[in-house]
Design a protein around this ligand. Sequence first.
Ligand code: ATP
Length: 247
Amino acid sequence: AKGEPLLQVSNVEVIYNHVILVLKGVSLTVPKGGITAILGGNGAGKTTTLKAISGLLKSERGEVTKGRILYRGADVAAQDPAEGVKRGLIQVMEGRHCFEHLTVEENLLTGAYTRSNSADVKRDLEMVYEYFPRLKERRTSQAGYTSGGEQQMCAIGRALMSRPETVLLDEPSMGLAPQLVEQIFEIVKSVNEQEGVTFLLAEQNTNVALRYAHYGYILENGRVVMDGEAKALRENQDVKEFYLGMS
Ligand code: ATP
């Protein structure tokens, strides 16, 4: 049901290359149907947290050395990303990662690789085009020649083509003009509300993230230093001063 814990990260420690301790006991809960944000500056450990959940950590010589990551009650700390996708858990990586030589539509279709019913896939393609009309206009363009915003949309759209229950979204605002950032967050919000997709996003842009997320965790140096309802965090004096640039 909406609101029940879908993902539970408890006291997770991550070490890279057997020596570099990056997460020092991170705990967070992601409720079904919500938008949860992980905030914090450069190098705080946001990306590492998402990768530990999706399984992408393994390909970077990273390892969960302590704690548990439960998704629907199953321990996923050692899964590889393909297993995650089968479970309905997919990560959109920072920096977009579209296949530059494929068209936008071909990119979207690669997201449906786990699915065999072509009528369903076609319907989902139309669903993605409804959320991202811009992608429909650019469907036959080679992805490498589209703008940064379009590539970010393409990466999110491709993830949606796997019919995920949960999307881990890494730094969707990165490198984009404010107006485009707003547009992308608006789309995330409608996908969340209309499709019921759960989002866990990592963002350095605290301001925009706290306007769209329901709940936030602030990470500093591999630890959660504060968490709360987005509204409460927006009004918190320390958050205002250190993360929202007001005082
Ligand atoms: P950013 O917004 O810059 O991505 P972040 O909060 O997402 O920041 P991480 O990317 O998780 O932070 O990085 C946390 C720390 O882990 C940094 O000090 C980084 O240098 C280190 N780190 C990340 N990836 C690796 C890796 N593959 N091997 C070794 N150290 C790494």
